[in-house]
Design a protein around this ligand. Structure first.
Ligand SMILES: Cc1cc2nc3c(=O)[nH]c(=O)nc-3n(C[C@H](O)[C@H](O)[C@H](O)COP(=O)(O)O)c2cc1C
Length: 477
C-alpha cells in the first residue's frame, strides 16, 4: 500500500509533483494550492519553512485530479473516472482487517505529555478569513464505537488551539459524531487517534460514506488488496497507522468539560458558512512522527475545485445506496463538482414505470451516501450524460414541466456550513434545508409521443465518419 511519501514519490516519477521551498505557511501556501488546483495542476510538496527544520514538509493537492486519485487507490494513472467509480463502489466488498505490528516508521519520534508541541510542524493558515491554523484537513480521525467495538475513521477538520489542544469539528449525523456522543452521554471523554499524514487510500476511504458498522480500515485494506499495518496506541488502545507521517493520541472532551472557539474555515461549499462558534476540544496525550514528517493538507476550496476529485469520491456510495433501496434501471449517477460533489446530484435512468424518476430522486434524499447537504436532485433519461451540465440543463428545460415536474422536500439533512441557512434557524441549531427535486425525464405516460431528438443516429454518424474521416482529420478524434 502506498503511504503518503511513497505516493508522492510515484507522482514525482510521473512528472506530476511540484516541489517548492521557502513558502510562507501563512496564506501563501494556501493561495498557491488554490491557484494550482484551479488549473488542474500537479501535487505540491512544500519544504524549508522559515523557522522550521528543513524536511518538515506539507503536501497539498495530493489526490486533486482523477489521475492522482487513480494512483492513490492503486489503479493505473490513466484509468477513466467511471472505472474508478466502479472500483470505489466495492460491490463485492469483503473486509481486509488491519494487522497489528510492534512498531513502525511513525514511531521514529515519540513525544509524551509535556513534551507534546503541535507547533512543531509548519501548520498552514490556508484562507484569508480562517480563524486559525488547521493541522487536520487531509486527516483521518479514528474512534471506536463503545457498543459495537468497530473502529470508524472520518475526515474532520482540526484546528490548533495551542501546543496540546486541538479543535475538532464533526457535523451532526456523521458516524464519528454519533460515536463520540455515546461516550459523552456516559460522562466520559472519547478516546481518539488523529492521523495527519495518512496513506492517501486511508484518507479517501475516511472521506467517503462507508456504511455504518464497516471500518474504513477494512475498506481501505480491501481496496488496496493488502491490510493496513497498525501499532496499538499505548494511551487509547486504538489502531495507529504504522506508516503514517504524524499521529496523535488524545481524549475528545465532552463539551461541558471544555470547548473553545473553532473556525471560521474556508469551506467546500465555497463560503465560510460555519462561521466561528464554541466546539469541543481534544487534549493531546501523545504525538508520534516520522523523521522529516509530511503534513497532508487538503484545504476545502470553492467548487468546482477541491483538493481531490470530489465527484469520484462521493458518487459510488450514493449509487450503492440507490441500488440497495431497490431503484432499478440506473445508467449512471453523478455528484456534480459544481456543487462540491454533494449539493447537485444527477441520476440518469431508463424509466420502466410511472413514478420511477421520483422514486430515484427521493431515494437520494433518504440515503446516507447522498442525502447529506444534497440540495438539487435532477433525474434524467438514459440518453443524457449526467456528468455534462449542458446536456442535463437541456433535458431540464425541454423535458420537464415545472408545474408538475418539481418537488420541494423540506427538513432534509443539512449542515451549519450551509451559507443559505437563515440566521434564526442557525441560532436554534436547526440546520435542515429544502431539496429541489426535478424530474427531467420524458413524461412517462406520453413518452411515445415525445418528439425525436434532433441529432443524427449512431449508425448514421458511424457511416458518415467512416466515409469522411481521412479527408476531415477532426472526425478522427
Ligand atoms: C478535506 C475534507 C474535510 C472534511 N471536513 C469535515 C469536517 O470538518 N466535519 C465533518 O463532519 N465532515 C467533514 N468532511 C466530510 C467527512 O469526512 C465525510 O462525510 C465522512 O464520510 C465522514 O465519515 P464518518 O461519517 O464515518 O464520520 C470532510 C471531508 C474532506 C474530504
Amino acid at each position: 500500500m502506498l503511504d503518503l511519501r511513497g505516493f508522492l514519490r510515484k507522482v514525482r516519477e510521473d512528472g506530476d509533483l511540484q516541489e517548492l521551498e521557502q513558502v510562507d505557511w501563512d496564506l501563501e501556501l494556501g493561495t498557491l494550492t488554490e491557484l494550482l488546483a484551479e488549473k488542474g495542476g500537479p501535487a505540491l510538496l512544500f519544504d524549508k519553512f522559515k523557522g522550521y527544520p528543513e524536511g518538515y514538509r506539507v503536501a497539498t493537492n495530493v489526490c486533486g485530479t482523477v489521475r492522482r486519485f487513480a494512483t492513490a487507490i492503486g489503479m493505473p494513472p490513466d484509468t477513466g473516472r467511471l472505472d474508478i467509480i466502479k472500483k470505489w463502489r466495492a460491490v463485492d466488498f469483503k473486509p481486509v482487517k488491519p494487522v497489528e505490528v510492534k512498531t513502525g516508521p511513525v514511531m521514529e519520534n515519540i513525544h509524551l505529555g509535556n513534551d507534546v508541541n503541535l507547533y512543531e510542524f509548519p501548520v498552514p493558515r490556508y484562507h484569508e478569513h480562517d480563524g486559525g491554523r488547521y493541522i487536520g484537513t487531509g486527516v483521518a480521525v479514528i474512534i471506536r464505537d463503545p457498543d459495537e467495538g468497530y473502529v470508524n475513521v472520518g475526515v474532520q477538520r482540526v484546528m490548533v488551539h495551542d501546543e496540546k489542544i486541538l479543535g475538532l469539528y464533526i457535523s451532526p449525523g456523521k458516524h464519528n459524531a454519533i460515536i463520540r456522543q455515546k461516550y459523552w452521554a456516559r460522562g466520559e471523554s472519547c478516546p481518539v487517534v488523529m492521523d495527519f499524514g495518512p496513506a492517501p487510500i486511508l484518507f479517501l476511504s475516511a472521506a467517503s460514506h462507508v456504511p455504518w458498522g464497516i471500518s474504513e480500515f477494512d475498506w481501505a485494506g480491501y481496496l488496496a488488496n493488502e491490510p493496513i499495518e497498525v501499532v496499538r496506541g499505548e494511551i487509547t488502545g486504538l489502531p495507529v497507522p504504522a506508516n503514517s507521517e504524524i499521529v496523535i493520541e488524545g481524549e475528545y472532551l465532552p463539551p461541558e468539560v471544555e470547548s473553545r472557539i473553532e473556525g471560521p474555515l474556508g469551506e467546500w461549499t465555497g463560503y465560510y458558512g460555519g462561521g466561528e462558534r464554541r466546539e469541543p476540544v481534544v487534549r493531546v496525550k501523545a504525538l508520534y512522527h516520522r523523521g522529516n514528517p509530511i503534513l497532508f493538507g487538503a484545504p476545502p476550496m470553492k467548487p468546482p475545485n477541491y483538493a481531490f476529485a470530489v465527484q469520484v469520491r462521493t458518487t459510488p456510495f450514493l449509487w450503492n445506496d440507490l441500488e440497495k433501496a431497490g431503484v432499478r434501471g440506473i445508467k449512471s449517477v453523478w455528484e456534480h463538482e459544481a456543487g462540491g460533489g454533494r449539493m447537485i446530484t444527477i441520476i440518469s435512468l431508463k424509466q420502466d414505470h410511472g413514478g420511477h424518476a421520483r422514486q430515484a430522486g427521493l431515494a437520494v434524499v433518504g440515503s446516507h451516501g447522498g442525502g447529506y447537504m444534497s440540495k438539487l436532485v435532477i433525474v434524467v433519461d438514459e440518453d443524457i450524460d449526467p456528468t455534462d451540465l449542458n446536456e442535463v440543463l437541456w433535458a431540464v428545460v425541454t423535458r420537464a414541466n415545472f408545474d408538475t415536474s418539481v418537488d420541494i422536500i423540506k427538513g432534509c439533512w443539512g449542515s451549519r456550513l450551509d451559507p443559505a441557512l437563515p440566521p434564526d434557524k442557525r441560532e436554534k441549531g436547526d440546520f435542515t434545508h429544502s431539496v429541489m427535486l426535478i424530474d427531467a425525464c420524458k413524461p412517462f405516460y406520453w413518452r411515445d409521443l415525445f418528439p425525436p431528438v434532433n441529432k443524427a443516429s449512431e449508425e448514421l454518424r458511424t457511416k458518415i465518419i467512416k466515409k469522411w474521416r481521412d479527408k476531415i482529420p477532426l472526425l478522427k478524434a
